[in-house]
Design a protein around this ligand. Sequence first.
Ligand SMILES: Cc1cc2nc3c(=O)[nH]c(=O)nc-3n(C[C@H](O)[C@H](O)[C@H](O)COP(=O)(O)O)c2cc1C
Length: 327
Amino acid sequence: MKYVLAPIAGFTNAAFRLMASRGGADLTYTEMVSAAGLAHGSSPTRHLLEVLPGEGPVACQLFGAKPDELAFAAREVSATGRFVELNLNAGCPVPRIVREGAGSALVKDPVRVHDLLVAMVGATNLPVTLKTRPGPRPDKVLMFELLDAAETAGAKGITLHARFTSQNHGGAVHLELLAELVQKARIPVTGNGGVKDLETARAMAATGVAAIMVGRAALPNPYIFSTLKSQPSSPEPTRSTLLHGHSLSLLPPPPSLFHDHLEALKALHAQIAANFPQDRLPTLDAWVAGAVRTHLFRYFAGRPGVGELRRRLASIRTLREIEAISW
Ligand SMILES: Cc1cc2nc3c(=O)[nH]c(=O)nc-3n(C[C@H](O)[C@H](O)[C@H](O)COP(=O)(O)O)c2cc1C
């Protein structure tokens, strides 16, 4: 079984992807990148295409609604030589994205999905894939039409986040629909939604998917991939479950993770500054403090004193202050 880090806007930049690669992810995804942004030459959009030395295979996810913009973006992304796959986002429910006809607006529109994928396939030699949902809501399942759109457009894989658009990112994960899609598909299916431990990974593996994509559960522990890979994905009891009468829990990430992620953030900031000398970037202090407050504090979840730590973090503004805290 292959394990994959999901695209997560605001989180899966090169620094975090490096942590996930080290933590065992077989493939990682960029945050969703605006095809219109690339087509119009937006620098902040191009910053999202940075990859750090040492990262494993990275796929680039694009969002958009216009075939010509997706073709342009596919060419530009391919030309960087940094990515192993191009993915089309047909699932993001954020209103700003949906209003422009992208993201989950596409879940309702298999014909447009087909046209966008044809445009991408025609513009790159990289494998093109689709990430989508079963349908807009439980009484409207469109995943077979979306699968057909992907296959006839020449896509090489499909990821199903097995929740309807109406569920946003919560609620039941429809593994029965995922299993049905696997039955019908002639291209590999990656399953996504709610995988957070060995039990949920095994339940998803039982659908027959070729790969499992993990999103939010990787944020506090990018080494989740190593734990999941160290165990058979079949539901048979392992030696350990027989011995201890319960299934293995996830191993904690290494104690150096916080420091390693900080170092990767510094390297990424320096790389963006070097590659885009004309751009005004946030200062390293502001950038790192923001990442610590929104993401890196999660590495300490469950430790004693974490509430107090979060309170202190709220007022921290500099890298020096962050490095001075005794974690
Ligand atoms: C904050 C946040 C940002 C996300 N950004 C993206 C994105 O850029 N592209 C995408 O395809 N999905 C995005 N997703 C959805 C995830 O990739 C994934 O499909 C979803 O979280 C379900 O997987 P999980 O239950 O393992 O988290 C995002 C989800 C969250 C919570």
